[in-house]
Design a binder for this molecule. Structure first.
Ligand SMILES: *[C@@H]1O[C@H](CO)[C@@H](O)[C@H](O)[C@H]1NC(C)=O
Ligand SMILES: *[C@@H]1O[C@H](CO)[C@@H](O)[C@H](O)[C@H]1NC(C)=O
Ligand SMILES: *[C@@H]1O[C@H](CO)[C@@H](O)[C@H](O)[C@H]1NC(C)=O
Ligand SMILES: *[C@@H]1O[C@H](CO)[C@@H](O)[C@H](O)[C@H]1NC(C)=O
Ligand SMILES: *[C@@H]1O[C@H](CO)[C@@H](O)[C@H](O)[C@H]1NC(C)=O
Length: 316
């Protein structure tokens, strides 16, 4: 009788712990596309929609205090990634780890967080929507008629791999001219580092950090005309010197020589290459439910437990 009572107490405790365990949802962070801000309808509704669908708390990260839209164009990505890193470290909600959903250029900030952010909380799942991961061969043009656009487009007309353009126009940090790869590797300040492209400067830490992701979803939009080539969303790109063919990801050196751990993740079955119909960033709710939401739900059981003090994973 007493034994039975004890046992059921134990069972209650176990059940309770199990409940606590699964009900702790991992928060997610949205990193928006260029020319938008967290309070925009598009980005704000998207964050809210994913929160509604997943039941996990969602946050959207602002870069460029006071003017996020200008910041997204005019703050170089190296600095955007540093700002994001500092902000994330100050967000108590993310301190036990988080998932990321990146939108277009926001994906390069996302990968900066994953690869470069020393002392930041761990990133578990990473979902990329239209990320220009292997670069873009056409610089985006700012399309409104305000002063900001005038400035951004004016800068974009300069010598794109000069220090001046690199330091003043965010997209120049991932513009990769297939006809001028030597200059790209020499002058481009962000993407070659992010992709460990320079043979003499590969950093194993970036690779280790990227490889530590639990799951990656790379979404390509079939009618994307903003990301050129659209296959860049899957790490595909033009071969050097050629603007007519596109190499699929598995034919690129980044993949074959595994500069950042993408191949290791693919081999481990942790990457989904998804393509959806539609234009740049236009994704149906059903596709979000199918490809994005599952990675934002109940990931706590998949996440390593962390030591409370050091935030290092516990080896159980
Ligand atoms: C965002 O949500 C608001 C309120 O639900 C709605 O009025 C608005 O049309 C939505 N905007 C977009 C771009 O979907
Ligand atoms: C999210 O849910 C709230 C509360 O049910 C609702 O008011 C809001 O319109 C929903 N937003 C979106 C974008 O689905
Ligand atoms: C290659 O890039 C350099 C530096 O941006 C530029 O001066 C040069 O004109 C470019 N060459 C071609 C063929 O586009
Ligand atoms: C590689 O990156 C890590 C993390 O930022 C840094 O501590 C280390 O010094 C870098 N190594 C080299 C060889 O640059
Ligand atoms: C994609 O583009 C093709 C060709 O222009 C068009 O027929 C199709 O309707 C587009 N699909 C979507 C979902 O926009």
């Amino acid at each position: 009788m007493e034994k039975g009572l004890k046992r059921s107490c134990v069972m209650v405790v176990v059940a309770f712990l199990a409940m606590v365990h699964v009900s702790v949802s991992v928060p997610f962070l949205i990193l928006p596309e260029i020319g938008t801000q967290c309070s925009d309808d598009t980005v704000g509704n998207f964050t809210q929609l994913l929160t509604n669908l997943s039941g996990s708390p969602g946050f959207c990260l602002v870069i460029g205090d006071g003017n996020e839209i200008a910041g997204s164009w005019l703050i170089p990505l190296t600095q955007q990634a540093e700002i994001a890193c500092e902000k994330v470290k100050q967000m108590e909600e993310l301190s036990h780890g988080y998932n990321i959903v990146g939108r277009a250029q926001g994906n390069l900030v996302a990968r900066g967080l994953i690869e470069f952010c020393d002392g930041g909380p761990p990133v578990y799942n990473y979902i990329s929507l239209a990320g220009p991961h292997a670069g873009i061969a056409v610089l985006p043009r700012c399309t409104t008629s305000d002063l900001l656009c005038g400035i951004a487009n004016g800068i974009g007309n300069g010598d794109v791999y000069s220090d001046f353009v690199q330091d003043s126009l965010a997209p120049s940090g991932y513009f990769k001219d297939p006809k001028n790869v030597t200059e790209y590797l020499k002058g481009c300040k962000y993407l070659p580092k992010l992709n460990n492209e320079r043979p003499d400067q590969r950093n194993q830490t970036y690779k280790d950090r990227f490889t530590s992701l639990h799951n990656v979803v790379l979404v390509l939009f079939q009618n994307d005309t903003v990301i050129v080539p659209k296959e860049s969303s899957w790490f595909g790109f033009y071969p050097d010197g050629d603007l007519t063919h596109v190499l699929s990801v598995d034919k690129t050196k980044l993949y074959i020589e595994d500069w950042i751990g993408l191949k290791a993740l693919v081999v481990a079955g942790k990457v989904q290459f998804v393509n959806v119909p539609g234009n740049h960033l236009i994704i149906a709710d059903e596709d979000l439910v199918k490809y994005v939401v599952p990675l934002l739900q109940d990931q706590q059981s998949a996440a390593p437990r962390l030591n409370r003090k050091t935030k290092e994973p516990l080896h159980l």
